[in-house]
Design a protein around this ligand. Structure first.
Ligand code: E4P
Length: 220
């Protein structure tokens, strides 16, 4: 499963990229607004840090506006993937932009039926939101499992991008379900490192080594 960072924060992206485990980035209008830098400028900076697909969302809600913004976003950098919402206009724009060879991430997907529409419209990927379904007391991960099975049944090339992942467990469950990509906040990527036995084990190794070689020269 590819790991994308779900952030527009350059510091977080630099840290994640330095670890060598970040394959791409997703942004949305709320994440861009938090950084208080206009979308085009921020997305260009992100593309300089992470060499992989970077999703840039349209804010127009009508078909013509989405086409215009989608084309402009795609022209910012070859790594841009245009994000369109799963509305009627968004699916229409996805279909048109995909035919022009522009990669589209259909976002705000909450059901397998919606994911079928994204695949039919030629989306490069679809983003089902796990955490937001969980927030309603539903099982968000089941939607990921269902979409993966349906896409595989028909050989749809559209990737399943598990979004709104809120914990390391979500990341692991998305990988078990067969999601092609998981996008996560920096905090969740950081939490994936943690296991108490790793820290304890390392402490013990270093103590044992220091005890054995203390005062014994280079210790090689
Ligand atoms: C990703 O593309 C989505 O914008 C994001 O994962 C939403 O996550 P949230 O529900 O935690 O805001």
């Amino acid at each position: 499963m590819k790991f994308f960072l779900d952030t527009a924060n350059l510091e977080e992206l630099r840290k994640g990229a330095a670890w060598g485990v970040v394959d791409g980035v997703t942004t949305n209008p709320s994440l861009i607004a938090k950084e208080a830098v206009p979308m085009a400028e921020q997305v260009r900076r992100i593309c300089e840090i992470v060499d992989g697909p970077v999703s840039a969302e349209v804010v127009a809600t009508d078909y013509e506006g989405m086409l215009r913004e989608g084309r402009a976003n795609a022209a910012l950098h070859p790594n841009i993937v245009v994000k369109c919402p799963l509305t009627r206009a968004g699916i229409q724009a996805c279909s048109a932009l995909s035919k022009e060879g522009i990669r589209v991430n259909v976002t705000l997907c909450f059901s397998p039926g919606q994911a079928l529409l994204a695949a039919k419209a030629g989306a490069w990927c679809v983003s089902p939101f796990v955490g937001r379904l969980d927030d309603l007391g539903l099982e968000g991960m089941q939607v990921i499992r269902d979409i993966c099975r349906i896409y595989s049944n028909y050989g749809f090339p559209t990737r399943v991008l598990a979004a709104s992942l809120r914990s390391p467990l979500h990341v692991v469950q998305a990988a078990e379900a067969g999601a092609h990509i998981g996008t996560m906040p920096f905090k969740v990527l950081d939490q994936l490192f943690n296991h108490p036995l790793t820290g304890q084990g390392l402490d013990q190794f270093l103590k044992d080594y220091a005890k054995a070689f203390q005062g014994a020269g280079s210790g090689s």
